[in-house]
Every structure is written in C-alpha cells, then in structure tokens.
Design a protein around this ligand. Sequence first.
Ligand code: UDP
Ligand code: MG
Length: 316
Amino acid sequence: MDISIVVPLYNEAESLPELADWIRRVMEELGFSYEIIFVDDGSTDTSFKIIRELSQANPSIKGIRFSRNYGKSPALNTGFQAAQGDVVITMDADLQDSPDEIPELYRMIKEEGYDLVSGWKKKRYDPLSKTIPTKLFNATARKVSGIKNLHDFNCGLKAYRHQVVKNIEVYGDMHRYIPYLAKNAGFRKIGEKEVKHRARKYGHTKFGLDRFVNGYLDLGTLWFQTKFGVKPMHIFGLLGSFMFLVGFLAVLAVIILKIVSMCNPDFHFYLTKSVYFYLSLASMIMGLQFFLTGFMGELIIRNSAERNDYKIAERI
Ligand code: UDP
Ligand code: MG
C-alpha cells in the first residue's frame, strides 16, 4: 500500500463527507493505493455513524472509535499502529488542511529521502490570539529540540516514512512535538513543506488557550527525558552535590565565626542570628532531597522497559 492517511477527529461530523471525498479524488487521480483511517476520539455527535456509511461506500475507508475522548495524541498513536502504507500522512479532520498537498509530501518522502515532512502553514487563517503565541512557541521548540529548520512543529498535516510511525509513541499531548520524538528515535532527515491553510469551515476549535501552558510544560518534560531519561542521577546528583557544597561552605563560615568570637571578646556571635546557620541547614536539606529524588528516579528506571529500549536501524 502506498499511502495511509490518519485522521484524528472529535465531533467533526459536518466535515467528514467532504474530506473523504476530496481525499478519494486526489488518490484516484494519481492512482495511489491507499487507506483512510479515521480515528474517532470519542465524538458525541454523529461522526462515527458517518464514518460507517463512508466506509460502506468506499472499502479504503476504515474507522476506529474510542470509548471516550482521550485526546489528539492517543488518536494519532492508534492510527499509527494501524497504518499499513509505505508513507503515512496525518491531517486534521476540519478541512483546514488540504488533501491536494498529499502527492508532493509523498514525493518528498519517497524521492528526496525524508523521514518526516511537516507542513508549514505560512499564511494562517486562525485568530491572532493563536498565531502570535504559536510563533513564540515554535521558536522555543526549535531551540530546545535542536531541529532548526521547522517553522510549524504542530501542523496537523505531516508525512512520515512507515518506520517512523512504528518507532515512536505519541502519548499525553505530545503530538505537538512529533518531530522531536522522531529525532530522538534516530530519524534525522526532517523537512518542511509550505502548505495551504484554510479557515475552519464547520464547528469550532477543540483546544483552548491552555494549549500554550501545556505546550511549554510538555516541552520541558521532553527535554528532560531526552537528556536524563535513563540517568536521572546525572542531574539530581549534580544539583545535590552543589547544594551540599554550599551547605559545607556555610558550616565552615559558622565555625570560623565561632572561633573568632571565642578569641575576641568584643566580637559576639549568635548562632541562631547568623545567616550562614540558616543557609547551611536549608542547603543540606535541599541537597539530601535532590539525592533522594535521584535515587528514586534510578530505581524507577531500573524497572522500566525504557532503560534498554534502543531503536535498531539495521543488522547484517
Ligand atoms: N481532535 C481530536 N481530539 C481532541 C481534540 C481535537 O481528535 O481531543 C482533532 C480535531 O477533531 C481535529 C484535529 O484534532 O481533527 C485538530 O483540532 P482543532 O482543529 O480543534 O485544532 P486547531 O486547528 O484549532 O489547532
Ligand atoms: Mg483546526
């Protein structure tokens, strides 16, 4: 099979027939063998009924329905597990992404050898409250992930080489950082294609402004996991040692001041009024906590499947 098109959706009933029809037209024009996998993320409208009807009319259309709304990431992950095509395309269900982009995305993966090509909505048809924070968000994501050539990490329209989707796990709200996940799994040829974007035709956006807060928190988590995921002691041990050093110096200052006060009757030293006393207490306790966190992290890693989870590219 040439192409799998994975479409996560939540209450998008109005858009589905038009989208399915448009994708079919593009696929048939170019003679691709394809499947469309609609992943219904627990819709409460008639979305799945429509998917069932579409699938009866066109056997290339498949549907998976979640028992409740889990989120876009779980929906994508489930679509990725099911996908059979050599190239896997993801797109939103709301008709903001154009199926006309699919052939060129496919060509870039097949002929130019990209592992992942992300759409770039250069001209966006979204409210300013979304486009401005998005610019900031993408700048941070570029910096943290080291993927310097991407303008639009979270574009719903993306193309992947088959092996990429089988080697990454999208969970939580990590769909915003799939290129980062792919890079971590060793897929380094990541490109971009300018794509046409349209305003939402039916319904309304499923994400609120909390997307930006959550987006930044997730980026921090991913950065931490990438750097210290299987060696948490390397960071917590370092921080703990630093705090112990500060504590040690503060204790030293306390001792010196005490000795000076004993030798010099004019100099009074009250332990409980000394800033060094409190500094030594606080930093020793913090140091201990860092070390305990590090040890706990190491114990958790020892029992986790991640500790020796390497992606093997080839064997001879
Ligand atoms: N979506 C989903 N589960 C959710 C929220 C959204 O599957 O919990 C789907 C949604 O139906 C759409 C895509 O993810 O197909 C992108 O969502 P939306 O268009 O609301 O996001 P925006 O374009 O505003 O970023
Ligand atoms: Mg949308």
